[in-house]
Design a protein around this ligand. Structure first.
Ligand code: PEP
Length: 255
């Protein structure tokens, strides 16, 4: 992490976990553990728990995010939620392009770009996920693929809006599998993403961009991953469901 250039962001992606009662318990446990964090702390909760999470975290340093957003403002899109609906509720962040959305719900680079633009236009901060499949890593195309995902996702985004975008490098083979990328692998691809941002915009924009690693980051491996210069934080699934583990990661990012 290079805190002189950019802010570290640790975000929990709860996925489809936790009822409202469980949400209250987890957030109430988390708040005191992370109150002195020297990084941005975000919990991305299911849609049904957003309002609860926003109310519980008012006046604290914990921010709330959604896990998806539709790209249209309103209309006949049964089951979808717009960016304005999220901001009206006090939600500040949204995950876009998570590999589970790409894998199970037909998300493409093009829809990731549309969602990113809609979210940014509404004032949300986007946790924009990119990452390769295991076959793609084995074929030696990780760098090109992640660069392409980044380029398409950022199409039409003004340089002035880049401060609303955090890119999460999440190798798909490491998500929920317990197989973490090594700190060097994570750093290498985060650096490729940064170089891609520099090519599209400029070096100053790339230097200012927070780029997270995600994929089985946990209390035991976070410090090493976060010690790498291009890894500016983490997007954390499983380990964000336990307040103590998530707080350990946040504290590692605060050093
Ligand atoms: C994620 O859901 O983005 C993620 C990285 O999950 P996990 O930490 O469980 O691998």
């Amino acid at each position: 992490m290079n805190k002189t250039l950019r802010k570290a962001v640790i975000a929990g992606n709860w996925k489809m976990n936790n009822t409202r009662v469980e949400t209250k318990a987890l957030i109430n446990d988390l708040i005191p553990l992370v109150k002195d964090a020297d990084c941005e702390v975000v919990v991305c909760v299911p849609f049904t728990n957003l309002e609860t999470a926003v109310n519980l975290t008012k006046g604290t340093n914990v921010k709330v995010g959604a896990q998806n957003v539709h790209f249209e403002k309103s209309g006949a899109f049964t089951g979808e939620i717009s960016a304005d609906m999220l901001t009206e509720m006090g939600v500040e962040y949204v995950v876009v392009g998570h590999s589970e959305r790409r894998q199970y719900f037909g998300e493409t680079n093009v829809t990731v770009n549309k969602r990113t633009k809609a979210a940014v236009a509404a004032g949300l901060k986007v946790l924009l996920c990119v990452g390769e499949l295991l076959e793609e890593r084995e074929q030696g195309i990780t760098d090109e693929l992640v660069a392409l995902q980044t380029k398409i996702a950022l199409q039409g985004i003004d340089k002035a809006d880049l401060n609303k975008i955090i890119i999460a490098y999440e190798p798909v083979w490491a998500i929920g599998t317990g197989k973490t990328a090594t700190a060097d692998q994570a750093n290498e691809v985060c650096a490729v993403i940064r170089a891609t941002v520099a090519k599209i915009y400029d070096q100053a924009a790339a230097d200012a961009m927070t780029i997270q690693y995600g994929g089985s980051m946990n209390a035991g491996n976070a410090a090493e991953l976060l010690s790498k210069p291009d890894v500016d934080g983490g997007l954390i699934g499983g380990a964000s469901l336990k307040a103590a583990d998530f707080a350990t990661i946040i504290n590692a990012a605060s050093k």
